[in-house]
Design a protein around this ligand. Sequence first.
Ligand SMILES: [Zn+2]
Length: 171
Amino acid sequence: MKCPFCGDPNTQVTDTRENDDGDVVRRRRRCVCCDRRFTTYERIDLKRPHIVKRNGNRCEYERGKLVASMELALRKRPVTTEALEAAVERIEARLLAAGETEIASAQVGELVMKELRRLDKVAYIRYASVYRNFADVDEFSTLVREVQPRPRRSGRARTPPGETEHDLFDR
Ligand SMILES: [Zn+2]
């Protein structure tokens, strides 16, 4: 740690203390060159990225919101809490591994859809239909066909998805 007074890179730690919660370490340091003392604080940096919404606003990433949005899609579906937890873990691992300080909410949405698609097709369609802004009904029909490969009698047209802008972190 460089001395803030003379800029010398050689400083000695003379004392190290943790706060009561154990999440901050305070170190007293002495500059070998000018003999002045200073204190540094060390904190855990989890590097949780900020989420950038479609409207440009930024917010803290919150696991609870992510889980809530997935639970909503999975309501009354036969998916265990363990399977949901594992999916959330995978999403978080991807978010943190990217090492980015900012991530677009759309990118998080894509990760969620990928996991839901593996977990439960119905939940996937529920989530995708409100999350994605479908350009038209055809795009939605294509998505439904993608996850329901069995041929069906082409009957009545499906109700187009809601047009409301849904944002993962706007709940
Ligand atoms: Zn110094």
